[in-house]
Design a protein around this ligand. Structure first.
Ligand SMILES: O=C(O)CCC(=O)C(=O)O
Ligand SMILES: [Fe+2]
Length: 340
C-alpha cells in the first residue's frame, strides 16, 4: 500500500532512483498538441458523423467526441469522486489494493507487476469490470460512499455512447447491425492517477502501448495523453468533458487493416495531479471468442491480413509480451503471430 505513488509523493522534491527512466524510455521530443486529431460533434447530421468517424479511424485510430450524451455534470462528478478516492486514507483503500494486477477490482501501482519491474511508472490505477453492473458493483470500492451509485450511472451512460459509436463505425465499414456484439461483451474501467512529479522529463506515467481490446473511451482532466503518428509523438488536447476514443488491436484485425489502432502513452506534469477515467469495450478475455477480419472487408484488392484466433489466447499472449516488452519494440508487434 505504501508503494502507491499517491500515498508517498506529496511534496517530494526529487524522484526516487527507481522511478528515473533510462534515457531511451523517457518522453524525448514531441509535438505538444496535435490540432489535427479530429473533434467530432455527435449532434451533427448522422451521415456526416459516420463519414468523419470513419476518416478519423483510417487516418489516426483516435478522435475526440463532444455533445456525446454523457452530461457535463456526470463527468465532473466522476472526476471529483476519483479525486476523493485517491485522497482517502490508506486504510480505506486496503480492501481493493494488490501488488499486482489481478482479475476483479484492483488498486495497484506502476505497471502490471511492481515487483518484477526494474523501473517504476509514476501512476496508480484502480481497475474493475463494469457490466453487468449488479454482478460487479459489489466488488467496487466501498468509499467514497456514493461510489457504487455514481459509477453505476456512468457505466450506463458511457455504454450508450459507446454502442452508438460502434454502430456508426459498423455502418461506415458496411457491416451488418450488431456486428460487434460478440466482441464487445467485456466492459471494464481503469482510473489512472498521475500525481505531480518533481521532474516529469525523467519519469513516465504510462509507456507507449496499444490497447488490446476493441475500443476505448477516455475522459481526462489535464494534459498528458500522447499518440504516435508517423513516428512522431503528439499530444491530445484536453477538451473539458470530451471523450477521447481510440481503437484497440481488435478493431485493426476485424477491419482487415482498414482502421488504425493507435499507440499512445501518458506523460506527467509538475504542478497538478492528472486523472484519466478509461472505459474499455472488448471481447471477454476469459472466453474463446473468435476474432478475425470481417468477411465483407476481405476482397481481391484487399486480401485477408490476419488469421482467425481466440481472444482468450490472444490476451494471454499479449500479457506475456507486455511483461517482456523491450523498449523501442515496433508498434503492432503483438499482432505479429496472427499476420498472414
Ligand atoms: O492516462 C492516459 O491518458 C492513458 C491511459 C491508457 O492508455 C490506458 O489506461 O490504457
Ligand atoms: Fe491505453
Amino acid at each position: 500500500m505504501a508503494k502507491l505513488v499517491s500515498s508517498w509523493s506529496n511534496g517530494v522534491k526529487f524522484i526516487p532512483k527507481d522511478y528515473v527512466m533510462p534515457p531511451e524510455r523517457r518522453a524525448g521530443d514531441y509535438i505538444t498538441v496535435c490540432k489535427e486529431i479530429p473533434v467530432i460533434n455527435l449532434e451533427d447530421d448522422r451521415s456526416e458523423i459516420v463519414r468523419q468517424i470513419l476518416k478519423a479511424c483510417q487516418e489516426f485510430g483516435v478522435f475526440q467526441v463532444i455533445n456525446h450524451g454523457v452530461s457535463d455534470k456526470m463527468m465532473e462528478d466522476m472526476m471529483a469522486l476519483y479525486d476523493e478516492f485517491f485522497n482517502l486514507p490508506v486504510e480505506d483503500k486496503l480492501g481493493v489494493y494488490s501488488e499486482k494486477l489481478r482479475k476483479g477490482c484492483t488498486l495497484y501501482t506502476s505497471g502490471l507487476e511492481y515487483a518484477k519491474e526494474d523501473v517504476h511508472y509514476w501512476k496508480d490505477t484502480l481497475k474493475h469490470p463494469c457490466h453487468p453492473v449488479e454482478e460487479h458493483s459489489p466488488s467496487w470500492p466501498d468509499k467514497p460512499y456514493r461510489y457504487k451509485e455514481e459509477v453505476a450511472r456512468y457505466v450506463v451512460e458511457v455504454r450508450k455512447m459507446g454502442f452508438k459509436i460502434l454502430d456508426m463505425i459498423g455502418e461506415g465499414l458496411g457491416l451488418r447491425e450488431g456486428y460487434f456484439n460478440e466482441v464487445s461483451q467485456e466492459h471494464s474501467m481503469a482510473i489512472n492517477r498521475y500525481p505531480p512529479c518533481p521532474n516529469p522529463s525523467l519519469a513516465m506515467g504510462i509507456a507507449g502501448h496499444n490497447d488490446p481490446n476493441l475500443i476505448t473511451f477516455l475522459q481526462q482532466d489535464h494534459y498528458g495523453l500522447q499518440i504516435l503518428k508517423d513516428g512522431i509523438w503528439m499530444g491530445v488536447e484536453p477538451i473539458p468533458n470530451a471523450f477521447v476514443v481510440n481503437l484497440g488491436y481488435q478493431f485493426h484485425v476485424i477491419s482487415n487493416g482498414k482502421l488504425k489502432c493507435v499507440e499512445h502513452r501518458g506523460l506527467l506534469n509538475s504542478s497538478v495531479s492528472r486523472t484519466s477515467i478509461v472505459t474499455f469495450l472488448g471481447p471477454n478475455p476469459e472466453l474463446p471468442t473468435v476474432v478475425e477480419p470481417a468477411k465483407e472487408l476481405v476482397t481481391s484488392s484487399n486480401p485477408r491480413m490476419f488469421k482467425s484466433y481466440r481472444y482468450n489466447e490472444f490476451i494471454a499472449n499479449y500479457l506475456v509480451m507486455a511483461y517482456n516488452r523491450k523498449s523501442g519494440s515496433r508498434n503492432g508487434y503483438a499482432l505479429d503471430p496472427y499476420r498472414l
